[in-house]
Structure formats: C-alpha cells, structure tokens
Design a protein. Sequence first.
Length: 175
Amino acid sequence: MPYDATGAAADTKQIKEEIQIFEEECNLIVSAIPKTFSTYDKYRYLAAVISLRTTYDNDSAGGKPTATAYGAIEGGSSICQGYASGFEYLCRKANLWCTQVSGVSQDTAHAWNLVKLESGTYHVDLTWADADGNTPLDPAWQSYFMLTQEEILLDHQMDDGTVATGKNQPQTAAP
C-alpha cells in the first residue's frame, strides 16, 4: 500500500493521475525551451521556471511534498531539496547535466545544484536566488545562479567536497 506525505494510505489511482499530470507539465516546460538558446540560457530558463512556480515553504508542514520535484514544479511550495530536485529533474529531461549538492548554508542543512557548461561546472542555488521574492530579473536572483567555487564558499559548505571547476561567472547570450 502506498502512503502520502503525511503517512496516510494513498489512493493509487490518484497517485498515477498526479504523476501523469506532472510528466505532461514537465514535457511542456522542456519543449518550450527556444531551440536557439545556448546551454547557459537553457539552464537559466529552467531555473526561472522553478523560481516563478514555487515559493519557499517556511512551515514545511501540512503533508505537502515540499522536498520533491513535484512540490517545486506542480505543488507551488518547496524547501531547498524540492527546489534542487525540481531543477535537476527538468535539466535531465532537457538533456542538460545537473546534479544535487548537499551541505550547509547559514548554519542549516541545505541542498542546491551543480551544472556543466563548456567552461566548467557551476553552482546554482535556486532557494537563495528565490529568497525575499526575488525574480529571475533581479540582480539578487542572479547572484546565486552559475556561481564559481570561490563565490559559493562565501556562504555555503559542501558535505562531500564537490568542487565547481568554472573560473569566471558565465553570461547569457539572450536578451
């Protein structure tokens, strides 16, 4: 018997329907990426989608799947693990390299992503980018997108020693 986020018995039919809706939505998001976008711009597009679809769940209560890709993409609220999982899921659907990084930020367990460009790997922290109502057009949002190792270490520590290899923050080619 499957269980929901609250530990209660879950309706298998409803779960299957939600998975189908989630998959269809993810496919629509990925198929909407302009073909002319560079790899950088594809990452930025998917990061913006997550950022505009979810808000941080400060309560992390109520049985919502806030630590999942579903919470970030379909559910409307998420915690850091959900932001990172949602971004990773969309990136992989778009055939973009992406993995999750776990560690500590502001004395709290935290999760974010590492992505790959031709110039190396970079950190993307959508939780902090999305903080305080920032949008993808805000400089504060950009300050947590495509970070070098030196930049991320200003306020993050990695659990597993993950290292970003990019040396300069890349820039977008799109307007």
